[in-house]
Design a protein around this ligand. Structure first.
Ligand SMILES: Cc1cc2nc3c(=O)[nH]c(=O)nc-3n(C[C@H](O)[C@H](O)[C@H](O)COP(=O)(O)O)c2cc1C
Length: 315
């Protein structure tokens, strides 16, 4: 099974979701190695990009090995979104995504993210502008609607398609749900029945078999996985997360190697511990291991802690 978005061939229909604070270059590259067909950057502020803010610029790091990759933009200002998309033309993603699904107050109070589902005319203008200036295929990620009495995903998807989107990504929750309740995949299937561009479904997928179920039943053309991939890049392959400590350590060490390759290990250390701790859930001794991880004072401490764990045969 594969996926095609405009002229981009994507070898697997299982995609890594944009996760602010997590989907940086090392994690994306790791997930690609473990089978993800396409990974998404964290959301990138159109203002941060246009003004060249250092934190934003750091988010644009990519490497040929992770290709294809999609950069996700957020903002509610048509001109600024166009400017940001234009700036991305000089960079090396293969796709561009527009965030119309983020429920976080800091984003929605400025009219961006999921708030755009409440202002579809503005959403349309933004999509048209970004499509007009971008040299990459543009996708749009959104939710079912503003709340359960305003489920608008089918019309929103049609609007996005008519505005030039090359694919749509639907998270099966409403804006007002935030991350509560469960994702409703029946609405995702309804979107798929009503547009011709590929539909990528998202929400609550925690293993490969789960993803395959929705693909084989025709709910969507692709499945995007977010939280289920944290500490679990194996989610993109049939065998899944290893049950053994040695297997978990192996994945965690590979992740550390990518962090070392791409990041300043000192500055990224807090985020590194957050990522690495997640490899050791639901396993014997997990709370002691996570304590051990958090007690490490440096990247090399953590590296040695994990290699010592790997050599313990009695776990
Ligand atoms: C910590 C965190 C950060 C997120 N950051 C983004 C983001 O930057 N852009 C975006 O479109 N969605 C973001 N999301 C939403 C996810 O992409 C995804 O739609 C949601 O988590 C549902 O999928 P899941 O159940 O597979 O996690 C974020 C979610 C979480 C939990």
């Amino acid at each position: 099974m594969s996926l095609q978005i405009a002229d981009i061939h994507i070898a697997s229909p299982l995609l890594l979701a944009p996760l602010a604070g997590y989907t940086n270059l090392p994690f994306r590259h790791l997930c690609r190695e473990y089978g993800a067909g396409l990974c998404f950057s964290e959301m990138i502020s159109c203002f941060g990009l246009a003004y060249g803010q250092q934190k934003t610029v750091a988010m644009l790091a990519t490497a040929a090995e992770e290709s294809p990759v999609s950069f996700q933009l957020f903002g509610a200002d048509v001109g600024m979104m166009g400017k940001a998309a234009q700036l991305l033309n000089a960079m090396q993603p293969q796709l561009l995504d527009i965030n119309m699904g983020c429920p976080v107050k800091k984003v929605t109070k400025k009219g961006a993210g999921a708030a755009l589902m409440g202002t579809p005319k503005l959403a349309e203008e933004i999509i048209k502008k970004v499509v007009a200036v971008s040299r990459f295929p543009v996708t749009v990620k959104f939710r079912l609607g503003v709340d359960k009495t305003h489920i608008t995903c089918v019309d929103f998807a049609k609007m996005a398609e008519d505005s030039g989107a090359a694919a749509v990504i639907v998270h099966g929750r409403t804006w007002s749900q935030g991350f509560t309740g469960t994702a409703d995949w029946e609405y995702i299937a309804r979107v798929k029945e009503n547009v011709t561009v590929p539909v990528i479904g998202n929400g609550d997928i925690v293993n490969y078999q789960n993803a395959m179920y929705y693909l084989e039943k025709g709910y969507a053309d692709g499945v995007m996985i977010g939280r289920g991939a944290l500490g679990n890049p194996w989610v993109f392959s049939p065998a899944g997360k290893p049950a053994t400590l040695a297997g978990r350590v192996e994945g965690a060490l590979q992740h550390l190697n990518f962090i070392k390759k791409y990041l300043d290990t000192r500055r990224s250390f807090a985020s590194t511990k957050n990522h690495i701790g997640r490899y050791f859930t639901n396993i014997k001794g997990s709370s002691a291991i996570r304590k051990g991880i958090y007690a490490c004072a440096s990247f090399s401490d953590l590296y040695h802690y994990l290699t010592r764990l790997q050599n313990q045969s009695d776990w």
